[in-house]
Design a binder for this molecule. Structure first.
Ligand code: 5GP
Length: 214
């Protein structure tokens, strides 16, 4: 019987990097997931956003965010340095474009923790290169508990975040994958499964995905 000519991985063209978007209503546990995911998932980098909000306790400049003034943010935005930006609560947030383009071109995978507005923009700009994952809390009672447990904000802000969280949760059908974050380890394992599956898609391995094909 003739043997089937198998392709070795080396004979395939280099694959492009994948942008993994992670969005969630505030308090769903997304930050905990991405921090654990970066340790657990080999070859996944984090896209450090610009923000005009003040650092929270434990956040480091250049690691969690690049903390900038509103003037600096507007300068970078108007010079086209941002792939997307949005106003969330009272602050501006934006994703630097150059690290995304470099990651895609060199086959490195990059994780974005961005809101729904940002996710829509990234998916429009990088339709074939982005995968969108939504995280929901197991229940809104649990989400309220988590927001209050954070205890970094006054009551009116917590109420505002809760209302916004309920609105934002409605967006999950726009995403490719849904993780219900009951337990962090399990959620990270699910994210790893998503990353592995996307990396193994034949279309990506053959360098066939849109938009560069069409
Ligand atoms: P936080 O201030 O709690 O860190 O983030 C508030 C919201 O802003 C979260 O939903 C987070 O995903 C989102 N966010 C963080 N960075 C960016 C970004 O670069 N672009 C957009 N559009 N949203 C972001």
């Amino acid at each position: 019987m003739a043997s089937i000519p198998l392709k070795s991985r080396d004979s395939l063209p280099p694959r492009r990097g994948i942008i993994f978007i992670l969005s969630a209503p505030s308090g769903a546990g997304k930050t905990t997931i991405w921090r654990a995911a970066l340790k657990a998932i080999a070859g996944l980098e984090f896209s450090v956003s610009l923000t005009t909000r003040a650092p929270r306790e434990g956040e480091a400049d250049g690691i969690d965010y690049s903390f900038v003034s509103e003037e600096e943010f507007k300068r970078r935005q108007s010079s086209g340095e941002l792939a997307e930006w949005a106003r969330v609560f009272e602050s501006f947030y934006g994703t630097p474009r150059a690290p995304l383009d470099a990651a895609i071109a060199s086959g490195r995978d990059i994780l974005l923790d961005i809101d729904i507005q940002g996710a829509r923009q990234i998916r429009a700009i990088y339709p074939g290169d982005s995968v969108a994952v939504f995280v929901l809390p197991p229940s809104f009672a649990e989400l309220e508990g988590r927001l209050r447990g954070r205890a970094t904000e006054e009551e009116s802000k917590i109420q505002h975040r809760l209302r916004k969280a309920r609105d934002e949760a409605q967006a999950y059908p726009e995403y490719d994958y849904l993780i219900v974050n009951a337990e962090v380890d399990e959620s990270v394992a699910q994210l790893e499964t998503i990353v592995d599956a996307e990396r193994l898609k034949v279309g990506r391995l053959r360098g066939e995905f849109a938009p560069w094909k069409s």
